[in-house]
Design a protein. Structure first.
Length: 569
C-alpha cells in the first residue's frame, strides 16, 4: 500500500438591451453547462492491477494527440519530435505536464496541395491532485502552434516559477511564467528565438553566476525540394542535408540573453544535434555539455571553469560507440549507475546503444555489451531513455522508449533492471502488459506525478495519443525526494551534486535540467532506499561552492533544502 507523502522544509433601446441581456445570459449558461460537462466530469482511476507499470491514460484527463503535422510522415524532421515535460508550474507541490505538437507548417510539408484538415497546438495539463489532469492550455496562454520538437522547463529568472522553452523547426519560443497561472511569450525580448531546426536543449549555469544559461542543439538545413532517396527508406536521411551549428546563450540576469557560441568554443557549423544533456562529469564544480549527433561523432564539451569549452568527445571515449561507429544517436542521460561517485552516461541509438562508464580522469569505457544491454537493444530504434530507480532498491535502472525511424511502425519499449553489480537485465515483459504494445515512441518524461514515492512516466507517440504509466509497486520500498531551492546559486539548483548515505549504501546524483530525449523530468531528485527507513546523511554541494549537510532524515517524504540555510564549513 502506498505511503501518504509528507513534505517538510529544512528551512440601444431599453427593450432591445433587455433582449440582448437575456440572450447573453442564456448563451453563457449554455456554454457554461457544456464546458462544465466536459471539463469537470468526474474521472475515476482504476485500482492498481498486478503490473508494475500500468497505462492509465484513458482515465487521466490527458486528451492529447501528437501529430506529425502533415497528412503522413514525409520527411526526417517530422520523424524527430516531440517532447514532454513534468513541471510544477503553479507551485502547488504536484507535477503538471507540458507537451509539444507537430503542428502543420507549410514550409515543412511535402504535401502542400493537401494540408491536413485538423488544428493542433501544444498543451498544458494541470495536475488535480487525485491522479488526473485538466487541460489549461488556453487560460495559461501556452498553446504554441510552431512545429514543436523539445520541451525544456526551468526558472531562468529565479522568481520561483518554472518557465518553458520550446525548441521548434523554425523560431523557438520562451514562455515566462507569470506566477498567476498564465505565461507570457518573451522570446523576442529575451533574444533566444533563432530560426533553425532545433531539437534538444538544456539549461546550464556554465559560469556559476546564479543564472541559467541555455544551450540549443540544432539539426539540419532541411530542403523540402530535395527528393533523392532509396524508395524503401520513405524519405532522405539527415546526411542528405547540411548540418546546423548549435547555439549557447548566456543569461545576462535581466531577462535577456546573448549569443556566446563562438567565444565559448562550442561553434561547430555542421553539427546535427538530437539530444542534449549537461552534468559535471569530472566533479570540478563546473557543468559540462554532451551533444548526441545524428550520423556523426558526438560532442563532450568540457567546461574550463566557465571561461571556455573544449570538445573532448574523442579523447574521453564518448564520441562513438564501442566499435567506433557514428550512430543515429538520440537520447542523452547522466547518472551514477554503479554508485562509485562518478557520473556515467547513456546514449540511445538505432543499434546497440552506448553505456559509457566513467573511469575518472576524464575517461569513459563503453560497457553496453558487457552490461547486458547491447543485444537486447539491437532490434529496436531507441529514442527517449532515462536512468531511474523504478523499484526503489537504491540503484539506477534504465527505461528505453522505442519506435521505427522512417515509418510509423511501432516497437515495444524496454525496462532494464540494474543488479547493483554493473549488469542490466531486460525485465520488460515481467513488468506489465504495456511492454507488449508496439508504439512509435519519441520523447518521454519521468517523475512522481501522483506523489506516492515512485517514478511514473509520460511517453510521447507519433500520430497517436501518449501513454501515462503509473508505477504500482515501486513504493513498496522506501524512498526520499529532494527539492532544492538555490539562492546564491540558480534557483533550480541545476548543477548541484548530492550524496546520500542510508544503511550501507551511498548514492550520488546531480541536479539536471533536461533528461533523455527532448524532455524534462521531475525537478525533484528521487532516491530509492530499499528497506532503510532513515537517510543517515545528505550532502549537497551547491554550484556556488557552498556545502550543506543534513542527518537522520526519515524516509517517505519530500525534503525541501534551501541554500540560504547553508552553514559554510
Amino acid at each position: 500500500m502506498a505511503k501518504k507523502i509528507k513534505t517538510v522544509s529544512v528551512k440601444a433601446g431599453a427593450g432591445f438591451i433587455l433582449m440582448i441581456l437575456v440572450l447573453g445570459i442564456l448563451f453563457n449558461a449554455c456554454n457554461s453547462k457544456e464546458k462544465s460537462s466536459s471539463s469537470t466530469q468526474e474521472l475515476t482511476l482504476p485500482s492498481a492491477n498486478d503490473d508494475f507499470y500500468e497505462d492509465i491514460i484513458k482515465y487521466s484527463g490527458i486528451d492529447f494527440f501528437r501529430t506529425v503535422g502533415d497528412e503522413h510522415l514525409s520527411n526526417i524532421v517530422e520523424s524527430d519530435g516531440g517532447g514532454a515535460a513534468f513541471l510544477d508550474y503553479d507551485q502547488d507541490g504536484y507535477l503538471d505536464l507540458y507537451l509539444s505538437n507537430g503542428n502543420y507548417i507549410d514550409s515543412l510539408s511535402m504535401n502542400k496541395d493537401k494540408p491536413p484538415d485538423r488544428k493542433s497546438e501544444n498543451g498544458l495539463f494541470r495536475n488535480l491532485h487525485n491522479g488526473t489532469f485538466e487541460d489549461v492550455t488556453r487560460e495559461a496562454k501556452v498553446g504554441d502552434r510552431g512545429y514543436g520538437m523539445g520541451v525544456l522547463a526551468g526558472d531562468f529568472d529565479n522568481d520561483g516559477y518554472p518557465d518553458i522553452y520550446i525548441s521548434n523547426y523554425g523560431p523557438n519560443v520562451l514562455y515566462h511564467n507569470n506566477g498567476n497561472g498564465t505565461f507570457s511569450d518573451v522570446t523576442k525580448n529575451a533574444g533566444v528565438g533563432g530560426n533553425e531546426c532545433s531539437v534538444g536543449a538544456t539549461w546550464v549555469d556554465y559560469d556559476n553566476d546564479g543564472y541559467l544559461d541555455l544551450y540549443v542543439g540544432n539539426y539540419i538545413k532541411f530542403d523540402p525540394q530535395y527528393n533523392y532517396y532509396y524508395a524503401p527508406d520513405n524519405f532522405p536521411g539527415p546526411m542528405a542535408y547540411d548540418g546546423q551549428p548549435d547555439v549557447l546563450y548566456h543569461n545576462r540576469g535581466d531577462g535577456t540573453f546573448e549569443d556566446v557560441t563562438r567565444e565559448m568554443g562550442v561553434y561547430n557549423k555542421n553539427g546535427r544535434a538530437m539530444g542534449v544533456g549537461a552534468a559535471d562529469y569530472n566533479n570540478d564544480g563546473f557543468v559540462d555539455i554532451y551533444v548526441s549527433n545524428d550520423h556523426m561523432e558526438n560532442y563532450l564539451y568540457h567546461n574550463n571553469r566557465g571561461e571556455k569549452f573544449e570538445d573532448r568527445g574523442i579523447q574521453s571515449g564518448v564520441a562513438f560507440n564501442q566499435i567506433g561507429e557514428a550512430t543515429i544517436s538520440m537520447s542523452v542521460d547522466f547518472a551514477d549507475y554503479n554508485n562509485d561517485g562518478l557520473i556515467d552516461l547513456f546514449v540511445s541509438d538505432n543499434v546497440y546503444c552506448s553505456l559509457h562508464r566513467n573511469e575518472g580522469n576524464g575517461v569513459f569505457s563503453e560497457r553496453s555489451y558487457k552490461a547486458g544491454i547491447a543485444v537486447a537493444c539491437g532490434q529496436f530504434v531507441g529514442w527517449a531513455s532515462s536512468f531511474l530507480d523504478y523499484d526503489n532498491d537504491g540503484d539506477q535502472d534504465l527505461f528505453k522508449v522505442n519506435g521505427e525511424l522512417k515509418h510509423l511502425y511501432g516497437q515495444e519499449d524496454q525496462l532494464f533492471e540494474n543488479d547493483g553489480q554493473g549488469k542490466f537485465t531486460d525485465v520488460s515483459t515481467e513488468r506489465g502488459a504495456y511492454f507488449q504494445d508496439e508504439r512509435v515512441g519519441r520523447g518521454a518524461c519521468f517523475g512522481d506525478y501522483d506523489n506516492d514515492g515512485d517514478i511514473d512516466a509520460y511517453i510521447v507517440n507519433q500520430e497517436d495519443y501518449g501513454v501515462l504509466l503509473r508505477n504500482n509497486k515501486g513504493n513498496q520500498k522506501n524512498w526520499i525526494l529532494l527539492h532544492l531551492i538555490g539562492e546564491t546559486s540558480n534557483r533550480d539548483g541545476v548543477g548541484a551534486r548530492i550524496t546520500i548515505s542510508s544503511g550501507e549504501t551511498k548514492q550520488y546524483a546531480q541536479k539536471k535540467s533536461s533528461s533523455g530525449y527532448v524532455s524534462t523530468n521531475d525537478p525533484r531528485i528521487h532516491f530509492g532506499l530499499g528497506n532503510n527507513e532513515v537517510v543517515d546523511s545528505i550532502e549537497v554541494i551547491w554550484p556556488s561552492g557552498k556545502i550543506q549537510k543534513l542527518e537522520n532524515i526519515k524516509a517517505g517524504q519530500v525534503v525541501t533544502i534551501k541554500e540560504s540555510e547553508v552553514k559554510t564549513p
